[in-house]
Design a protein around this ligand. Sequence first.
Ligand SMILES: C[S@@+](CC[C@H](N)C(=O)[O-])C[C@H]1O[C@@H](n2cnc3c(N)ncnc32)[C@H](O)[C@@H]1O
Length: 203
Amino acid sequence: MVDIATQRKWDKVAPTFDLMAGRGAEIRWAPCKTELFSRMDGRVLFLALGTGLDIPLFPRGRDITAIDISPKMLEQAKPRVDAYDGNLRAEVMDVHEMTFDDGSFDQIFTSCTFCSVPRPVEGLKSLYRVLRPGGGLYMFEHTGSRYYPFKPMMNLMTLLTEKFGPAMNRTTVDNVRAAGFEVLEVNNIFLDVVKTIVARKPG
Ligand SMILES: C[S@@+](CC[C@H](N)C(=O)[O-])C[C@H]1O[C@@H](n2cnc3c(N)ncnc32)[C@H](O)[C@@H]1O
């Protein structure tokens, strides 16, 4: 069963998401996202495509299956999906209820996703299942900070932001490990908040 509350929350945000995401942030993070996405190879799963803001940063000619829980987000993404120069399919699917067979993908990419998935360790375990042994998980994520005063501030902010969008205090690196992945790289892009994480399913 799809998580209807989460789906509704993101459906509501969809029409104004591009405006709220902010052009400045998009430009600022583009170089490091482009570097991360340049590693796409083989059968790729992209989790939480949203309105497809990241699609122009994908390398050309890749074979990508993208999912998102929100049909409205994917409606917004359609022109970007259609414009992609490669094989890109977008489907409405909850990460907690994926219908793919075990080991279906060589790689999985996420971008600002595990601030939003309601049960992050379970969601990561689902990704673990559909990734082949030895396959890579590549993430661009914002997380909580470990440092004062940011940590308590982000805990407070999350009480509000989670009602209409993402959590600001996720411990995503720990969650990746808790789901069984081997963490290979953590690169801090802004403080210890915005980061790329590269992990591997052992085997
Ligand atoms: C902050 S937005 C990021 C969208 C896009 N990755 C970007 O960076 O522009 C979070 C996305 O996660 C999706 N999402 C939240 N929970 C999900 C779930 N359980 N399964 C799949 N997608 C989910 C939302 O619909 C939303 O599109």
